[in-house]
Design a protein around this ligand. Structure first.
Ligand SMILES: [Zn+2]
Length: 58
């Protein structure tokens, strides 16, 4: 399994991306800044599509 990395948007939406891709796993373009280093995990909200946790929408 390749190393994944977190892609966190400004409002805390927590996506997952595969290295070398230009989109997150849910297909969101990785535009702007990655806030993974600025927003602690406790303040993030997992993207259900990236994390496979359910049909909830962000
Ligand atoms: Zn996502």
């Amino acid at each position: 399994m390749a190393a994944l990395f977190d892609w966190v948007k400004k409002l805390g939406q927590w996506h997952i991306a595969d290295p070398g891709q230009s989109e997150t796993r849910c297909g969101a373009p990785m535009l702007g800044n990655n806030y993974a280093r600025h927003i602690p995990e406790a303040d993030r909200r997992k993207c259900p599509q990236c994390w496979g946790t359910g049909p909830d929408r962000i």
